[in-house]
Design a protein around this ligand. Structure first.
Ligand SMILES: CC(C)(COP(=O)(O)OP(=O)(O)OC[C@H]1O[C@@H](n2cnc3c(N)ncnc32)[C@H](O)[C@@H]1OP(=O)(O)O)[C@@H](O)C(=O)NCCC(=O)NCCS
Length: 366
């Protein structure tokens, strides 16, 4: 029997932070309101593209796995925010890595993209069509934040996380996966004008997230619960058999509601939303990397993951960890830092959305 073991992991969290207090300087909100409604304290905003963030997280994952880029058969980028639709961003990452023989494609199912990609690549390894894959989730979603919408602009952050998966005879990796899509829930989370639409031929492109928070909340909890039930049944497991739960990080209250439904203690849940906010496709690999760094992942653990995103796509998986929880090596690659503050970084975005933030900019950035 072939399995697809996770042998390497890596992340890139951009260094510039937009804290809730920073946000309250631009939007009518407060740290207290945001934290109590969502569990978010801050978000990382990127000065580089989705492709660059994804590339560095992939370099780090390869080093952790002790695998050369030339050995990789497939690079999948899960993302909603590639800088271009054509050519795909995975081919940029492949070239930057020197993954000469790898096939490359992007996969977009919104926040579930990394999980959908992991499930797809795992099945390809299990079927024997490939041996080694890089599965990356990366988003630069800060540029789509409409500062006039206080109900949604605080929710998202940027980042990237990647794993290397390799064919193995040992029972490990994603043992059971469920991908689903809740019927008739497309409109509750929508980025109009993000892509090719006839409107682009006539209008200026203006991206602004449409968002029905409570509708998403309900559909997400139901969709993830159903997917979790499915994978637990497939593996003949109950929640008691799960050692660690790494859910999509969209809202702490969604995570808590889900844990309660499963009768699952919060001590076994990985929570990273306070640090990163919702990084969409990057959220689960970022949380997984942090759990590994913190020593929370132990050899042979049974890990549950669950996710949802625009569409409304959902998913859940049971991952059996291998023996190694330490990286084999570390990458010496890096991205030069941005010369300025997070407000300087977002200068053009403030102008685009008609927000006057000139008083917040560093001298010389005006
Ligand atoms: C967005 C979310 C945090 C809002 O929480 P909520 O408890 O539903 O809050 P509501 O939308 O009911 O808003 C309550 C009040 O706060 C106000 N409010 C909204 N945003 C605010 C902000 N940033 N700061 C202060 N007040 C705000 C609203 O205007 C409303 O005021 P009113 O009662 O006077 O009308 C929550 O619905 C959520 O997280 N949903 C899921 C979102 C998600 O996961 N999206 C990603 C999908 S991958």
């Amino acid at each position: 029997m072939r399995y697809a073991q996770i042998t390497g992991w890596g992340k890139y969290a951009p260094p510039l932070l937009m804290t809730n207090d920073d946000m309250a300087k631009i939007v009518d909100t407060s740290d207290e309101w945001i934290y109590s409604r969502s569990g978010i304290r801050q978000r990382h905003y990127s000065h580089v593209s989705t492709g660059e963030m994804a590339w560095l997280s992939a370099e780090r994952a390869l080093a952790a796995a002790g695998v050369d880029a030339e050995e990789i058969d497939l690079v999948i980028l899960g993302s909603t925010t590639p800088e271009e639709i054509c050519p795909n961003t995975a081919s940029y990452i492949k070239n930057q890595l020197g993954a000469t023989k790898a096939a490359a494609f992007d996969l977009n199912s919104a926040c579930t993209s990394w999980f959908y990609a992991l499930n797809s690549a795992t099945d390809m390894i299990k079927s024997g069509s490939i041996n080694k894959a890089l599965v990356i989730g990366a988003e630069r979603i800060s540029l789509a934040m409409d500062w006039n919408k206080r109900e949604s602009c605080f929710l998202f952050g940027d980042g990237a996380g990647a794993v290397v998966i390799e064919a193995s005879g040992q029972e490990s990796g994603l043992l059971a996966g469920k991908m689903s899509c809740v019927p008739n829930s497309r409109e509750c989370l929508h980025l109009p004008n993000w892509g090719m639409s006839p409107a682009h031929l006539t209008d200026d492109i203006f991206i602004s997230l449409n968002f029905e928070g409570q509708e998403i909340f309900k559909s997400a909890v139901k969709g993830m619960s159903d997917a979790i039930t499915d994978v637990l049944e497939k593996q003949g497991l109950t929640p008691d058999d799960i050692d660690l739960f790494v859910p999509h990080q969209a809202n702490i209250r969604i995570i808590q509601t889900l844990a309660k439904r499963l009768d699952f203690p919060m001590e076994k849940v990985v929570v990273a939303i306070d640090e990163y906010a919702n990084t969409s496709a990057a959220s689960i690999p970022l949380a997984l990397c942090d759990a590994l760094e913190e020593g929370r992942v132990k050899p042979g653990m049974t890990i549950l993951t669950a996710t949802f995103g625009a569409g409304l796509t959902c998913g859940a998986g049971i991952i059996k960890w291998g023996e190694r929880v330490e990286p084999i090596g570390e990458s010496d690659k890096s991205i030069p830092e941005f010369d300025g503050t997070v407000f300087d970084l977002m200068k053009d975005s403030f102008t685009h959305y008609g927000v006057d933030a000139t008083h917040l900019l560093s001298k010389g950035k005006l």
